[in-house]
Write a protein that binds this ligand. Structure first.
Ligand SMILES: C[S@@+](CC[C@H](N)C(=O)[O-])C[C@H]1O[C@@H](n2cnc3c(N)ncnc32)[C@H](O)[C@@H]1O
Length: 311
């Protein structure tokens, strides 16, 4: 049977999206269509759901799942940073709510051919969008040691980044590092045995770093938040589910930045010049899954939902 992604924080995200009759909503990360299906089923009065994913496999699966709602669903294979152009194509000027559920889907993770999993042997790919030109193979086999070290430290917060980078460069001199299990074995061996993590696989952080860089995840997140805020209608909500601290920091920072604005044409900042911004933060602290959800779906354990509303 085809793998289907189990949506995380489903009830919480749908409640926070606060769908209104005749509203237009955007699911920027459609995946298997779990969130989208519930948005449409629970809110029969909405006008349209526009849904995007950069992954063609996800689009195919979600399209068939959302078939019963095809009269009010517009599905695009696209990077969410292009949302302005997509809405323009539909002659939509603003949307009443946006959901962004970051990270990788089970559909991607559990398909060995996609190269996301350190447990399943497959090619070192990791592109969510197969139209991208660079794969994890290219990074691992061509980047200099210093660049790899920087990448693992910055995007994986990996303490052993220098050792891992040196080990990769040493190994690839013998033969290209072409598959996920080969990579994960090199990473594991590079970490001193006494320091290998027990709760997570030793290659988790290295794989995360490569995936983030291959898919430009953090740059894309910054862009979609900025565009999303701009394209929200009055009282429209931006709901973002993140899965690691780097993503969450970006969301928190951009939400905070948009709650107030200084007007200082002469360059002088003063409290009296503080003006209400474009957002109101709804979740002072992020919403996290209930223990029951985590025990049913361990992938949910690090999820954080932050919500802000356009003022
Ligand atoms: C966690 S899954 C979403 C699951 C979905 N909410 C569901 O219920 O099935 C994240 C999805 O976002 C997609 N994605 C990640 N970055 C993207 C981007 N920049 N543009 C469009 N889609 C993206 C991935 O391909 C993946 O399918």
């Amino acid at each position: 049977m085809e793998t289907q992604h189990v949506p995380v924080l489903l009830a919480e995200a749908i409640e926070q999206l606060n769908c209104k009759p005749n509203g237009i909503y955007l699911d920027a990360t459609l995946g298997s269509g779990g969130h989208a299906y519930t948005i449409l089923k629970d809110n029969p009065q909405i006008k349209w759901l526009v849904a995007l994913d950069c992954d063609g496999d996800a689009i195919k699966q979600a399209r068939s799942r959302l078939e019963p709602f095809s009269h009010k669903t517009f599905i695009f294979q696209a990077n969410f940073i292009t949302l302005r152009a997509i809405l323009k194509e539909l002659a939509v000027k603003e949307v009443d709510g946006i959901l962004i559920d970051l990270g990788v889907s089970s559909l991607q993770l559990e398909n060995p051919n996609r190269g996301f999993s350190f447990r399943l042997k497959g090619p070192l790919d990791m592109r969510m969008d197969k139209r991208l030109s660079s794969t994890a193979f290219d990074l691992v086999n061509t980047y200099e040691a210093s660049r790899l070290e920087h990448l693992f430290r910055t995007y994986g917060e990996e303490r052993w980044s220098a050792r891992i980078a040196r080990a990769l460069v040493r190994e690839r001199k013998k033969a290209p590092i072409a598959d996920t299990v080969h990579l994960s074995n090199i990473v594991t061996t590079a970490i001193p045995p006494a320091h290998r993590p027990r709760k997570i696989h030793p290659a988790t952080k290295t794989f995360q770093a490569l995936r983030i860089v291959v898919n430009q995840e953090l740059d894309n997140l910054t862009k979609v938040i900025e565009e999303g805020i701009d394209l929200l209608a009055h009282q429209g909500r931006l709901c973002i589910i993140s899965f690691h601290s780097m993503e969450d920091r970006i969301v928190k920072h951009h939400f905070r930045k948009s709650t107030t604005r200084y007007i200082y044409p002469d360059g002088v900042r003063a409290p009296g010049r503080l003006q209400a911004g474009t957002l109101r933060i709804i979740t002072k602290k992020p919403i996290t899954p209930q223990p029951e959800e985590v025990s049913n779906n361990p992938r949910a354990r690090s999820a954080k939902l932050r919500v802000a509303e356009k003022v």
